[in-house]
Design a protein. Structure first.
Length: 362
């Protein structure tokens, strides 16, 4: 049998592991921060109609510039953004890949603040760049000083700030983002995949876009929009940043079906986002109830909670799996991460955790 190592793959890819969050059929899947609610039926009908309109024309390539979708994304985001400031791709992972292809690449360096999203190092290595990390404070926050020092030390070509941060749920102040931008001559990507779940009053980096042409704010329809299966991510930036990624994107990268589905979903944004509040309630409930069980959850602005104070994360993971509940061991000592599910799913998780936390009786 041929092994991976027997193939003439790039030397810098040898020994790496692919992204591999388990995909198992379980009763309660709260391991990859998906939205637990189905696409609402009214929206599903609108999507079917929009896709039906596209079907006869599928012999032709789609609109390479996905003009209608960019208009809808601009009006969804507000902040006086214009369609030429928007760009979309097959998930924000592809957004990130396109940005790294054009602003990083061989011989260049990408900085992020760990712990953060596990795809950043994989995407970085995929484009042949060096991935470097800087640390957060003891509550996983990045202060303006930490950001400035790290950027001055590492001189990155691309800096990625994730806020709210995966896997910790931590938000980031606009002061930190401004400080990072001011400290770098490279591109600053702010990954706001979980933006819609922030507590009220928490700002978005979209506010900082005017006058900052090296700032890119990335978003996704995978989480709040309950659209992970469709693969739609997007960014907002100066129009010239969209020109830059046009240099590397594959022609016609967004299929006509994707464009139609995303457009129809955005036309129903209010309905699509209808469960965000319910998810935020479950998120805050997890923080409260696991605290009562004696754990130390980190404050979360996202749709998941990183729970600290876990003596044996592996045992909790296995104990949950025995109860048909899939959570995430993100490899941070003393923690597990759980996504906020429906009220029922969250109750199942909390009941299981209470059981697993009870001191063993003789
Ligand atoms: C889930 C997630 C995304 C979304 O990725 P898609 O490719 O849009 O599904 C992006 N960034 C972070 C930090 C995430 O956790």
């Amino acid at each position: 049998m041929t092994q991976l190592d027997d193939l003439p793959i790039r030397d810098d890819l040898r020994g790496l592991s692919p992204y591999g969050a388990p995909q198992q059929p379980v009763r309660v899947a709260i391991n990859v921060n998906e939205n637990p609610y189905h696409v609402p039926e009214v929206v599903a009908h609108r999507i079917v109609e929009a896709i039906a309109r596209e079907l006869p024309g599928l012999n032709r390539y789609p609109d390479r510039e996905f003009t209608a979708l960019r208009e809808k994304l601009a009006s969804y985001l507000g902040h006086d953004l214009t369609p030429d400031q928007l760009w979309a791709a097959n998930g924000s992972n592809e957004i990130m890949q396109q940005l790294l292809q054009v602003f990083a690449g061989p011989g260049r360096r990408v900085l992020s603040f760990s712990p953060s999203y596990s795809m950043y190092p994989l995407l970085t290595r995929g484009v042949g760049s060096e991935f470097v990390t800087a640390s957060r404070d003891d509550r996983f926050a990045v202060t303006p000083e930490l950001a400035r020092e790290a950027i001055e030390r590492e001189q990155p070509d691309v800096t990625i700030l994730c806020t709210p941060n995966n896997p910790t749920g931590t938000g980031m102040s606009l002061e930190t983002i401004e400080a990072a931008y001011a400290a770098t001559t490279g591109v600053l990507i702010v990954d706001e995949a979980y933006a819609e779940f922030r507590h009220d009053g928490e700002p978005s980096a979209l506010e900082l876009l005017p006058g900052r042409e090296r700032l890119v704010v990335s978003r996704t329809m995978s989480k709040a929009f309950a659209f992970a299966g469709v693969r739609v991510g997007y960014f907002a930036a100066a129009p010239v940043v969209a020109d830059a990624v046009r240099l590397v994107r594959l022609p016609y990268h967004l299929s006509a079906l994707t464009q139609a589905a995303a457009g129809a979903a955005l036309d129903c944004a209010d309905v699509m986002l209808g469960q965000v509040e319910a998810i935020r309630v479950q998120r805050d409930r997890i923080v409260e109830e696991v605290t009562a069980l004696g754990y130390a959850p980190y404050p979360s602005e996202a749709n998941f909670v990183l729970i600290g104070g876990v003596d044996d994360p592996r045992a909790i993971f296995e104990g949950m799996l025995e109860r048909d509940i899939l959570i995430r061991d993100v490899g941070l000592p003393g923690t597990v991460r759980v996504s906020a599910g429906t009220e029922e799913e969250t109750s199942a998780f909390l009941a299981a955790l209470a059981e697993l936390s009870r001191p063993a009786t003789a």
